[in-house]
Design a protein around this ligand. Structure first.
Ligand code: IMP
Ligand code: MG
Length: 177
């Protein structure tokens, strides 16, 4: 598969994304009720979502960034998660909010949730994802929060890439086959 910008159809517009993200932030503000949160952004895909989401969170908050990789080819998962760069401060006793771009097979989400529980005795752990591809799941895991469910499409934009490109788009797009 090859994707060119002129092939892309809009799946979620900038306005749809921003509206839904504000709504989710409202839920999280209620959930945490002013308690401190450590937001862990999973690079590179979640960078746009995390940046926009945290702007609407109003508790004391720190941002951390970790980098993982699982994709073997450009559009299909390798089935293995590689911890490319995970340097985190002491998260014992913290409210940890993992921010991810998309849950696909669920392997990355499972890896991260297990990683947190193995390494830290967190006060709370929530996993939020911009997108949820429920039908491609291989492990039994659900994000605590997500903005949109999508079917089995390869999507790009707003942080999500094809071969490194399209992360800069303000919308989420897909190529109609
Ligand atoms: P997992 O299969 O749930 O472990 O997802 C692994 C990673 O694959 C996600 O964090 C994304 O970065 C990437 N990914 C999954 N589906 C798509 C897609 O449709 N477009 C771009 N990246 C994707
Ligand atoms: Mg990712």
């Amino acid at each position: 598969m090859e994707i060119k910008i002129e092939d892309l159809k809009v799946l979620f517009s900038e306005e749809q994304l921003q509206t839904r993200i504000k709504e989710l932030a409202g839920q999280l503000n209620k959930l945490y009720n002013g308690e401190e949160v450590i937001a862990v952004c999973v690079l590179k895909g979640a960078v746009m979502f995390a940046a926009d989401l945290v702007k609407h969170l109003d508790m004391p908050l720190k941002m951390e960034f970790i980098r993982l990789s699982s994709y073997g080819s450009s559009t299909s998962t390798s089935g293995k998660v590689n911890a490319v760069d995970i340097k985190l401060p002491d998260l014992n006793g913290k409210n940890v909010l993992i921010i991810e771009d998309i849950v696909d097979t669920g392997l990355t989400a499972k890896f991260l949730i297990d990683f947190m529980h193995i390494n830290f005795n967190v006060k709370s752990l929530k996993f939020c994802s911009l997108l949820d591809k429920k039908i491609t799941r291989k492990v039994d895991i659900e994000p605590d929060y997500y903005c949109f469910e999508i079917d089995d499409k390869f999507v790009v934009g707003y942080g999500l890439d094809y071969d490194g490109y399209f992360r800069n788009l303000r919308y989420i797009g897909y190529k109609e086959l």
